[in-house]
Ligand binder design. Sequence first.
Ligand SMILES: Nc1ncnc2c1ncn2[C@@H]1O[C@H](COP(=O)(O)OP(=O)(O)OP(=O)(O)O)[C@@H](O)[C@H]1O
Length: 250
Amino acid sequence: MVALALADVGAAYGRMTVLSNVSIDDLKGGSVTAIIGPNAAGKSTLFKRIACLVKGPGLVELSDTDRGSRTICYMPQDTGANAVLTVFESILLSAKQGSGWRVADDELDGIDEILKALRIENLAFRGLGELSGGQRQLVSLAQALVRKPEVLLMDEPTSALDLHRQVEVLSFIADLARRNGMIVLIALHDLNHALRYCENTIVIASGMMAASGPTSHVITDAMLRDIYKINARIERCSQGTPMVIVDGAI
Ligand SMILES: Nc1ncnc2c1ncn2[C@@H]1O[C@H](COP(=O)(O)OP(=O)(O)OP(=O)(O)O)[C@@H](O)[C@H]1O
């Protein structure tokens, strides 16, 4: 099963260092980890560094992978819409990235399955340019999943989705990770989603790793005060799920 470890990873844009000394012990296939932290902390940059889209010091180590670095798929926060392509074509193009152009029947079936699983099969032949923000985000998720990555880096994948879709997509991804032995890292601003769907959480603040570990140990009143500058409590709801109750900004 694939495993991912980071050793003293950093990243820079030109001469400006925006991320330093991020170290993570083996993340194992089947695990879902939240990456949280304030705006501009370096969460997207960490993903780009893991996906080799920006340079920096340190080591990103993948072990027991079937496909080497090609197994890492980064789903960015902003997805540019190429208005010329239909939804189906864009997903097919993503599936064929880095491989030959011959399309097998089972690949077409795979696209159908993903469209159905995300309940967007009705969009298959719509142009990307005609979609709503939420629809575009679901298509971008389909483009990532069709590549069957062993490591999936998702940058705020539910930011444009309604509440029903957020819950549906995050449950689906968590389930898929477990079934397929995929490592999933999700950058999230909604900490209740981290508490509900992610067994581990990493906090990035001012370009450094401020905390990491089991989500319930990391998302605490003290962390919310120190990192997010809010007074808040973690309380269990009547069904036992921990939730962030915000009292106000400090
Ligand atoms: N292409 C770039 N060139 C120069 N600086 C950049 C670039 N992309 C990001 N930065 C800077 O790097 C820092 C970290 O940005 P990053 O996008 O990683 O933050 P983030 O934690 O994902 O933020 P958010 O929660 O707001 O999405 C910020 O100061 C940002 O301005």
